[in-house]
Design a protein around this ligand. Structure first.
Ligand SMILES: [Mn+2]
Length: 318
């Protein structure tokens, strides 16, 4: 496995923590301001150079920039413009050695939580979701329209993903519910994920295996790993407690998923891909400004993940 961490495009405490934990490969979030043009190779090189001068080699982009992807998922009048820009981004990714883009197909609502301050062990705070507390707006999108928008996107970009050797790694819906308000969600089961990545077979279309999403779907993790193993491009190391209509994140060693066992599953199936820790608690002294992505929780989680990788002798250095 290749240990990475999720890092924003400008240096902050998480950069230092990642470097000090020995992380040398980055999963990067591209800048989201008017000064960054997603189609500009020189703008991308500036970001890459900033990471490399800090000792981190960016290998994954996460997420597909929302300024493009929101139009693609909803299928509005800017969709083709957004797809053209994404194709230009993939060309530039190839130039700078970015191998993978983690994308999702959650329209309108995206990653959704109803609380960001649920007490976890020792009064650390975590995010959670409770369907009963979710407040929907008036937006509506059918399941059929969302599938159409998905395949419209895949048909348009996959030839270029192959040409530029950029892996498209589909993240499941979080939470994995069939709809939020009147907006359908489609990647909420293992069968749907397989339909999404195997209808048009390609070595460049696969998944981000966000393990807790599969668990919350009610899927068997061993079965999901077995069925997806040839198309797992990236792993989100994540633990939760509860069920899909009412759950909270946890410390990585304090949820319902057996983390070391799951890592051994990946090893037993020969899966050797980048991995990063997902949502972490906000710890003592932190302000929770980036709920789920604060620094101290990552420090703990990266150490825990690295310990498991080393115990299984799968901590690949490159
Ligand atoms: Mn995830």
């Amino acid at each position: 496995m290749i240990l990475t961490d999720y890092l924003r495009a400008t240096p902050d405490l998480t950069w230092d923590i990642a470097r000090q934990c020995g992380v040398t490969q980055g999963t990067i979030r591209l800048p989201e301001d008017d000064r960054f043009d997603v189609t500009s190779l020189s703008d991308l090189r500036t970001v890459i150079d900033r990471f490399q001068s800090a000792g981190i080699k960016p290998i994954i982009v996460e997420p597909l920039p929302n300024e493009l992807h929101d139009h693609i998922k909803i299928g509005d009048e800017k969709r083709d413009w957004a797809i053209e820009r994404f194709i230009a981004l993939m060309k530039n990714m190839h130039e700078v050695g970015l191998e993978t883009v983690c994308f999702n197909f959650m329209a309108h609502y995206g990653w959704t939580r109803t609380k960001t301050d649920i007490p976890e062990r020792g009064d650390a705070l975590v995010t959670g979701f409770k369907l009963a507390d979710f407040k929907a707006d008036d937006f509506a999108l059918t399941e059929e329209a969302l599938w159409d928008n998905y395949f419209y996107f895949i048909n348009a970009v996959l030839p270029y993903a192959e040409k530029y050797q950029v892996k498209l790694a589909l993240h499941p819906d979080d939470p994995p519910l069939p709809k939020l308000g009147n907006t359908a969600r489609i990647f909420t089961s293992l069968n749907a994920i397989e339909k999404g990545i195997r209808t048009i077979p390609s070595e460049y279309l696969g998944v981000t295996f966000c393990q807790a999403c599969y668990w919350l779907m009610g899927e068997s993790i061993p079965e999901a790993v077995e069925r997806l193993k040839d198309r797992i491009f990236f792993i989100h190391f994540r633990n939760v407690r509860g069920e899909k209509t009412d759950f909270s994140e946890t410390f990585h060693d304090n949820g319902m998923l057996p983390m070391a066992e799951i890592m051994k599953l990946y090893k037993d199936h020969g899966i050797n891909v980048p991995v990063r820790v997902d949502h972490v608690p906000t710890m003592q002294g932190e302000k929770g400004l980036n709920a789920g992505y604060d620094a101290l929780g990552r420090l703990y989680a990266i150490g825990y993940l690295k310990g498991i990788l080393e115990a299984l002798d799968i901590n690949e250095r490159r």
